[in-house]
Design a protein around this ligand. Structure first.
Ligand code: FES
Ligand code: FES
Length: 176
């Protein structure tokens, strides 16, 4: 009869190395630490918001190896060797905003702003996913990100424009 491996003690620290916004991070964490807590509590990257904590609202969305990921739904220790980009990582070296962020500004696509980092990161990920810059396609792709303020029209328009700008800037393939 197979034996299950013994459970890891909750207070044991696990060492991981990863890249966060292009910077190497080496840390030791309790195995239960969520990625959102690593970002916000340990690294001070509070641009990633924490809403529902149950993988429903999308406010905590970041990129993990380029894919949109709800950081409240991932254990940090699963990410040894991964590359994580949070909203802070979108800013260019000269301080200018990412085209997706600029599009949100142009379309007034926020009110309280709580959902905005997650919406922007979800929009950025759509470029690599090949989501067309069309309202219906973008609305469907945003279905895991909730906004309680705006009614979504401005957000959808902003993501469409952000996708167009990203593709115009990197026609051969889109990176964050
Ligand atoms: S806080 Fe992660 S999906 Fe809501
Ligand atoms: S702008 Fe307030 S939740 Fe979206």
């Amino acid at each position: 009869m197979p034996h299950d491996s013994p459970p890891m003690p909750a207070n044991k620290l696990v060492s991981i190395r990863l890249q966060v916004n292009g910077q190497p991070v080496e840390t030791a964490l309790p195995p239960s630490t969520l990625l959102v807590d690593l970002l916000r509590e340990q690294l001070g990257l509070t641009g990633t918001h924490q809403g529902c904590d149950t993988a429903q609202c999308g406010a905590c969305t970041v990129l993990v190896n380029g894919a949109a990921t709800k950081s409240c739904n991932v254990l940090a220790v699963q990410l040894d060797g991964a590359s994580v980009v949070s909203i802070e990582g979108l800013e260019a070296a000269d301080g200018s905003l990412h085209p997706m962020q600029q599009a949100f500004g142009r379309h007034h696509a926020l009110q309280c702003g709580f959902c905005t980092p997650g919406m922007v990161m979800r929009g950025v990920a759509m470029a690599a996913e090949g989501v067309p810059a069309q309202a219906l396609a973008v609305s469907c792709a945003l279905s895991g990100n909730l906004c309680r303020c705006t009614g979504y029209r401005g957000i959808v328009n902003a993501v469409c424009e952000g996708l167009q700008q990203m593709r115009a800037r990197s026609p051969g393939g889109v990176a964050a």
